[in-house]
Design a protein around this ligand. Structure first.
Ligand SMILES: Nc1ncnc2c1ncn2[C@@H]1O[C@H](COP(=O)(O)OP(=O)(O)O)[C@@H](O)[C@H]1O
Ligand SMILES: [Mg+2]
Length: 366
């Protein structure tokens, strides 16, 4: 049995428990999700349904294989574009909307009724200055990591840019911590350290590919019901290419001070965003509500800290508090990189306490 750590425990009224790893493989079907997020009214998703025409490709052996029957991974941007043109991509529900566009759950229904439907997500960006991102999205194609949401291709449809990616069926960290909060609970430290570890492993992988993510925030950390935790929205990342990136993109609330001041920045800016993201998930709200004040005075103001919540009986461990302190060093020269943060005792020492993230996330959404 997994032992709940003595410090950083939950208040007694909490209903979210740390699940032990299963003794045997759990074959029970995950509960259906109740998706209740509506896209912003003024951003109507394009109609990708009502399909009439048929598209088919011929293989070298002269057998005709309909693109609908091909694996998603092999369709590529042009295969997806032709399916969209032929109205063979069905929009089956909104997954949410952000500053730049909206995300839908989509499916391709195979020609052969015995084959399963292909489920994936499409992020739609309306035309505009973000057009420039189209070529930058190519970097997604070389990512292959269990900590990065799979990318299937990008195509234009009805004037919009559509980015097809893996569908993550247990929503984002933003929705997960809000759901836990709505139960009057806080995420347990062990769960938070596992989330932090996955984010850091994703960033370590990207760094090895010479890619900066540049938009780490709770809504870009996605879960699935098997317990996987992955980074999405690499669209605004750019290759490091030997030089430091200096383009001003991303969400200001999670930006490191050196980015806010317009200086050149490197991989250590991601560590800051990880710190704000994990701190937000721990306390259930953004830690810098007066962010404009911080933006104007970041060199004079103390960075946010993780403090105990005695009213709720929540006492965080010293290691967790130190993890947040290290991430939120205003001076980039003393702030560790994401790879270095993987060596932090809060991340390393928790690993001998097994956790079943799949059971945890299924309980959150049951
Ligand atoms: N691949 C995906 N699978 C499932 N849900 C997703 C996926 N990508 C994004 N979402 C959901 O769509 C919401 C909006 O995403 P996005 O448009 O990128 O806005 P944001 O700026 O909040 O990240 C996210 O909060 C997330 O819940
Ligand atoms: Mg996003």
């Amino acid at each position: 049995m997994f032992n709940i750590p003595e410090r950083g425990g939950r208040p007694q009224n909490l209903r979210i428990q740390i699940p032990s790893p299963p003794q045997e493989h759990n074959t029970r079907a995950p509960p259906p999700l109740q998706l209740q997020i509506n896209p912003k009214k003024d951003r109507k998703p394009p109609d990708l349904s009502l399909y009439t025409q048929q598209a088919a490709i011929t293989t070298t052996t002269n057998t005709t294989v309909h693109p609908r029957d091909l694996p998603l991974e092999t369709l590529g941007s042009s295969g997806l574009e032709s399916l969209a043109l032929n109205k063979e991509i069905y929009d089956v529900g909104s997954l949410g909307a952000g500053a730049g566009g909206w995300v839908s759950k989509c499916e391709i229904r195979p020609n052969d009724p015995n084959l399963p439907k292909k489920i994936f997500a499409i992020k739609t960006l309306p035309p505009g200055p973000r057009d420039i991102e189209l070529k930058e999205l190519i970097i997604n194609e070389r990512c292959n990591s269990p900590y990065i949401v799979k990318y299937y291709g990008t195509f234009r449809h009805e004037g919009n840019i559509c980015i097809a990616m893996e569908y993550m069926d247990a929503k984002s960290l933003h929705e997960v911590y809000n759901r836990v909060k709505s139960e009057g609970a806080f995420l347990h430290e062990r769960v938070l350290s596992e989330i932090a570890r996955s984010i850091l492993l994703g960033l370590k992988y990207l760094n090895a590919q010479r890619i900066l993510h540049r938009d780490i925030k709770p809504s870009n950390i996605l879960f699935n019901l098997n317990g996987a935790i992955k980074l999405c929205d690499l669209g605004i990342s750019r290759d490091l290419d030997g030089t430091l990136a200096s383009t001003f993109v991303g969400t200001r609330n999670y930006m490191a001070p050196e980015r806010l001041s317009g200086e050149k920045y490197g991989v250590n800016c991601e560590t800051w965003s990880v710190g704000i993201t994990i701190l937000e998930a721990a306390i259930g709200e953004h830690p810098l509500p007066e962010h404009d004040e911080f933006v104007a005075n970041y060199d004079k103001l103390a960075p946010p800290q993780l403090t105990d919540l005695p009213d709720y009986g929540v006492m965080w461990s010293p290691a967790f508090k130190d993890f947040i302190n290290q991430c939120l060093k205003v001076n980039v020269n003393v702030r560790p990189s994401p790879t270095q943060m993987l060596e932090h005792p809060w991340i390393k020492n928790q690993q001998d306490k097994p956790i079943d993230m799949g059971a945890f996330i299924r309980r959150v959404w049951q």
